[in-house]
Ligand binder design. Structure first.
Ligand code: FE
Ligand code: FE
Ligand code: ZN
Length: 278
């Protein structure tokens, strides 16, 4: 089974997001837990959640992949910004328990000149503060393009964060195809080699979700500009190989392409048509 959907822009609640995704031909989706630039989250409506759980069961949704706001920087130099990140993640994880057993993805952070080692330690420290034994949510570290001072620009940096976290059983990784390509991993010419390296450095068992994006820029460009599927430097064929790769079988693929629902519907249909079940 191929699990594919898009990062939905609808903000009318869980059931509305699921309905839109069913219309788009999807069976998973991503969404922002709150305004992407931060701010207060809306209250959870339990009726809406109940309807969502019913819809996702009927339509064979597997996992959904929540996305933390971009502004959350666990590696910030300023302690007030780190406190905001800590409280945001704590609150988001509490809210995630209304839809148990899903994924919460976040950008590890930017070290803003402190150096990646200091950034890695700060990110791990917040994870150690917020992860609890009781939570059913798996927190995913997103692989980053290495724009500016982003931490998580290599598999080694992701691994270094995981190494410092106590509750490793609550951690996973979300691989963004645009980001790893921009980060210098050649998923076009050598997908097997990249996944082998991921396995050696992090372990494929931690790879829980993929952000499926084309890239406007070349290998190693460190730019992070997403392109629609087949319209960028990665190309359709390479992305079809990603969704069809046996090592990635059964995990959710989330489109974060610059699109609207009509465009995502077309991309999902195209990828479903080209998907090779192995
Ligand atoms: Fe992201
Ligand atoms: Fe992403
Ligand atoms: Zn991106």
């Amino acid at each position: 089974m191929l699990y594919i959907g898009n990062h939905t822009t609808s903000s009318k609640g869980y059931a509305a997001m699921a309905r839109q995704m069913i219309k788009n031909g999807g069976n998973t989706f991503a969404f922002f837990t709150r305004n992407p630039r931060g701010g207060k989250a809306k209250n959870i409506d339990e009726k809406d959640v109940a309807k969502f759980l019913e819809l996702s069961k009927e339509n064979e949704f597997e996992k959904i992949v929540a996305h933390a706001p971009y502004t959350m920087n666990c590696a910030a130099a300023r302690e007030d910004l780190r406190e905001f990140a800590r409280e945001t993640m704590k609150d988001d994880l509490k809210r995630m328990e209304y839809t148990p057993g899903n994924y919460y993805n976040f950008h590890p952070g930017s070290h803003v000149g402190q150096g990646s080692e200091a950034g890695i330690a700060k990110i791990a420290e917040i994870l150690n503060d917020v992860l609890t034994e009781e939570q059913s949510t798996t927190v995913l570290l997103e692989t980053m393009a290495g724009k500016g001072s982003e931490v998580g620009r290599s598999f080694q940096e992701i691994r270094a964060i995981i190494d410092l976290v106590d509750r490793k059983d609550k951690l996973g990784v979300c691989l963004d195809t645009c980001h790893v390509w921009d980060g210098g991993y050649d998923i076009v010419g050598n997908l097997d080699g990249v996944l082998k390296e991921f396995d050696e450095v992090i372990g494929l068992g931690r790879l829980k979700a993929v952000h499926l994006n084309d890239s406007m820029n070349g290998l190693g460009s460190h730019k992070d500009r997403h392109a629609p599927i087949g319209e960028g430097c990665i190309g359709l064929e390479a992305l079809v190989r990603v969704i069809s790769h046996p090592a990635l079988k059964g995990i959710p693929f989330i489109l974060e392409t610059p699109n609207d629902d009509e465009g995502w519907t077309k991309e999902i249909a195209l990828l479903r048509e080209r998907y090779q079940e192995v």
